[in-house]
Write a protein of this length. Structure first.
Length: 635
């Protein structure tokens, strides 16, 4: 009996230790599994990263961010990729974790390459390789060397690529399947650059086989595209078309936007070679749409700003280290000089220094006078520019209806208007005739001076539609403005590259029947009554910007209003604002919740709540766009 008791105790102790060990390393296990399956199942890998993040194990903060950044880059969410990479780089630097820092720099190199900054991409890749050597991480060295061969083949610097290929040969016994894939892919590209298409195809097909066996999804899409390219370059257009189509369909089915774009680019070139210009044009149209998903100017500007700060920190660190080294060397030399030089040489040196000081003194005085003169000129120019912008602001405010006019027509209403800059691309519009009240919230292309200019054009066109042409239906108003705007900005077929327009929501209210009609270009409206929110969506195209197409007609929606309904018209500035504890977008789900929480308050209180919510969310973050919200309680 005693022996059985001891065995039970031993088993329970072992189970307890095992359970404790598992608990302590759960984040590590999740991240390891995420890394293993990434090439086979991106979404599951990302879910595992997020599970590791929820555990909140401080030791793995950097690795969680690195894991998420890799997923974001694959699916072209470059903004979130940059945020996560910045976190991981800062964390690994603080811990002197050279192995993981090497991985972070390598991933940052890929991001910069995707964004078109080849110089910075190469800089971080070489740093990543140096760190992998410093940490004696052979696996990391192999990955960095493979990426360096790709980089120098891409730059057509084949001698450097050849040098790194030779270094890789010495490490081949340590290769895994992924390394063999990328080695064959890069060698294929190397031979393609040499126009040795036979060897290029041989290596590409080896890479394809590895990708299929190991279920490397994005790699398979890429290698299919590269096979299409090499067959096209070698004049075998029918085979090239087959591989490009495989790559395109495979990328699309797996939602690989970047690879889909590459495949479409290859299909366009192949169809041109086959003289199938109609097909080439079709693929070109689709290519433009995919590129729009990948590239967002506002996001790229924010990514570039973060990247510049990171690069500046790196350069400052290098300069500081160099200055310290120079100062130390000068100190040693100075001491030796004092010990070894004779008095005569010292006197000559002092005379030279004195002469140099005099020269610098007079030169500096002259330079200071020039700088002061230029500074006064710049200050004067800045003042002129600011005065002009302030004057333009007064003009814009004079053109837009005063808030008092708005509240006079709608006593239970408010306007929250917060321009990003002094001038605004968002504007509100109100008009009336004998039978109808008209209200619109509009977001014109851009903000600041460009946005303000196009807002004035659109404001006057809305007035023209109602006051001159007596158009009452909101969809017909937008149709008319769309035609006039296209004409005024010369946006006809093959005529111009101007792409100015607006997203807008417009409502009309019949004064007698209180019937509401709405039409929208992208922007919806919300009608909220207590906890019930009705979202009425507009058409998914803007006013203007119909280059090469016949403008589509807008559609009106008739809506029955009930007592205590509150109508909200708005632009996208508030939902797109970054802030909160994690520096993320406010987004529309939270935006809707805000209106369901405040709609029963007095209308002035609603305005205050919205302003307070915006300020509390934004805090120290930069305002990203103009903000406009209109609230109306018509019954």
């Amino acid at each position: 009996m005693k022996k059985k008791y001891l065995i039970v105790c031993l088993i329970m102790t072992l189970f307890s230790v095992s359970e404790s060990t598992f608990s302590q390393s759960k984040s590590e296990i999740l991240l390891k599994r995420a890394n293993e399956i990434f090439n086979r199942n991106y979404n599951v890998s990302f879910d595992l990263c997020c599970q590791a993040e929820k555990i909140n194990d401080l030791k793995f903060i950097g690795e969680v961010s690195l894991c998420k950044a890799r997923y974001y880059i694959t699916f072209t969410d470059y903004e979130n990729a940059e945020i996560e990479l910045s976190k991981s780089i800062s964390f690994f630097k603080s811990k002197n974790d050279f192995s993981n820092l090497s991985d972070a720099y390598d991933l940052n190199s890929i991001l910069l390459s995707r964004l078109g900054d080849s110089e910075s991409s190469t800089y971080y890749l070489i740093k990543a390789y140096q760190l992998s050597k410093k940490s004696h991480d052979t696996s990391a060295q192999i990955k960095r060397l493979i990426n360096l061969t790709h980089t120098f083949v891409h730059f057509d610097d084949l001698s450097k690529a050849d040098f790194y290929f030779n270094l890789l040969e010495t490490l081949k016994p340590k290769f895994d399947n992924t390394s063999f894939y990328f080695l064959n892919q890069n060698k294929g590209t190397y031979f393609s650059a040499l126009k040795d298409y036979k060897n290029a195809i041989k290596h590409y097909k080896r890479a394809l086989k590895i990708a299929e066996i190991n279920k490397m999804i994005d790699s398979k899409a890429t290698i299919l595209m590269l096979l299409a390219k090499v067959y096209r370059e070698s004049g075998q257009y029918s085979i090239a078309e087959k591989f490009a189509t495989f790559s395109y369909e495979f990328s699309k089915s797996n939602k690989l936007i970047y690879e889909e774009s590459e495949a479409l680019g290859e299909l366009i070139l192949i169809q041109e070679k086959l003289n199938n210009f109609q097909k080439a044009y079709k693929f070109q149209e689709e290519f433009i749409q995919v590129e729009k998903q990948i590239i967002n100017t506002e996001k790229l500007n924010r990514v570039a700003a973060i990247q510049n700060r990171l690069a500046l920190t790196e350069k400052e660190n290098i300069i500081t280290r160099q200055n310290n080294k120079i100062a130390k060397e000068e100190l040693i030399n100075s001491k030796n000089e004092i010990k070894n030089q004779k008095l005569f040489i010292l006197i000559i040196v002092l005379i030279i220094i004195f002469g140099f000081v005099l020269f610098i003194f007079f030169k500096t005085r002259k330079l200071n006078e020039t700088i002061k003169s230029q500074s006064r000129l710049v200050q004067s120019q800045n003042k002129d520019i600011k005065d002009s912008i302030r004057y333009a602001e007064r003009i814009q405010q004079a053109i837009l209806p005063p808030v008092l006019e708005f509240t006079d027509k709608f006593p239970n209403s408010f306007i929250f208007h917060r321009p990003k800059d002094i001038l605004s691309g968002d504007f509100y519009w109100i008009e009336e005739n004998e039978d109808y009240l008209f209200v619109a919230a509009a977001d014109c292309t851009g903000h600041g001076v460009p946005g303000a200019l196009i807002s004035i054009v659109n404001y006057n066109l809305l007035n023209k539609a109602v006051l001159e042409k007596n158009i009452y239906d909101p969809a017909e108003i937008l149709d008319a403005v769309n035609n006039w705007l296209t004409e005024s900005l010369h946006q006809t077929y093959n005529a111009s590259t101007v792409k100015d327009g607006m997203d807008v929501s417009i409502i009309t209210i019949n004064k007698k029947t209180k019937e509401l009609k709405y039409a929208g270009a992208f922007n919806p409206i919300y009608i909220v009554n207590k906890t019930i929110l009705r979202e009425i969506k507009g058409d998914k195209f803007p006013v203007g910007m119909f280059l090469g197409e016949k403008p589509k007609p807008f559609v009106s929606h008739s809506i029955h209003l009930e007592k205590n309904d509150v109508i909200y018209l708005f632009t996208d500035g508030f939902p797109d604002q970054f802030g909160g504890p994690k520096g993320k977008k406010y987004k529309y789900k939270q935006f809707k919740n805000l209106f369901t929480e405040i709609n029963q308050l007095p209308i002035n209180e609603q305005n205050k709540k919205i302003q307070a919510e915006f300020e509390n969310w934004k805090k120290d973050f930069e305002q990203v766009d103009d903000v406009l919200i209109i609230g109306i309680k018509p019954l």
